[in-house]
Design a protein around this ligand. Structure first.
Ligand code: BTN
Length: 240
């Protein structure tokens, strides 16, 4: 295991982990309380002090071409869903890398990559996994947690250790040439795949579509009115 720092309080563990002098491959920073937790698309990440897992882990995937960077997202999403399986939770991966239980979000990920030449040089993978919190602020959309799903009270550090091991395991699969395995498993665990559901396309409005898969660059393949189309991040939203 790399260096693991537990901070009683910080703004965002992603900002802490961005410090290249302090953190390198395999190191992690955990926050008991985040005062400025960041989500995707400029959103905030809300997590009650001490109840959930909020941390960032650093990877140095120098073998990974920028054009294949989505593989890292896939490996991380798989590791989170592997971990939830340990708690009896059958989680799905909502493209790109939210983790859902039914129609409720249990975990979010914010990955920030540095690039050198054609490859990634360093990635800060920030993960917010809801563990013991059962009531959330009203602006948090469809939240759930391990405790909300299964009852009981969980040791947050125990969840961290399981997830840390799973992250390194999936990362090692990727680093040792297991891209096809990662892509295959990601596709198998994809939320809503093969089912008709509602989506919002900013330039078109609400549509019905069926997710047919994900392309190597991370594009989402959706069949709409019998036509297969592909969407990049922010080009389509799930209506839940
Ligand atoms: C999202 O679903 O919008 C992504 C949420 C990511 C939250 C985690 S909590 C630990 C790390 N530090 C942050 O500021 N954000 C990520």
């Amino acid at each position: 295991m790399g260096r693991v720092d537990i901070l009683q309080e910080c703004g965002s563990t992603n900002i802490e982990a961005a410090d290249k002098e302090r953190y390198s491959h395999g190191d992690a920073v955990i926050a008991v309380r985040q005062t400025a937790g960041r989500g995707q698309r400029g959103h905030k990440w809300d997590s009650r002090e001490g109840e959930n897992l909020t941390f960032s882990i650093v990877f140095e995937p120098t073998f990974l071409p920028v054009t294949e960077q989505f593989l890292l997202s896939e490996a991380v999403a798989l590791a989170i869903s592997d971990t939830l399986t340990c708690y009896g939770i059958d989680a799905a991966i909502k493209w790109t890398n939210d983790i859902y239980v039914g129609d409720r979000k249990i975990c979010g990920t914010l990955i920030e990559n540095d690039i050198k030449g054609a490859n990634l040089s360093r990635s800060v993978v920030g993960i917010g996994l809801n563990v013991n919190q059962v009531d959330f602020q009203e602006w948090v959309k469809n939240p759930t947690s391990i405790a909300a799903e299964k009852g009981g009270d969980y040791d947050v550090m125990d969840v961290f250790h399981k997830l840390y091991d799973n992250l390194l395991h999936r990362y090692d699969t990727l680093a040792s040439g297991g891209s096809d395995e990662i892509r295959g498993l990601y596709a198998q665990r994809l939320y809503r795949a093969g089912r008709t559901a509602r989506y919002f396309i900013p330039s078109e409005g609400e549509v019905c579509g069926i997710i047919r898969g994900v392309e190597n660059d991370g594009g989402l393949i959706v069949e709409i009115d019998g036509i297969t189309r592909r969407f990049l991040f922010k080009e389509i939203e799930f209506i839940i």
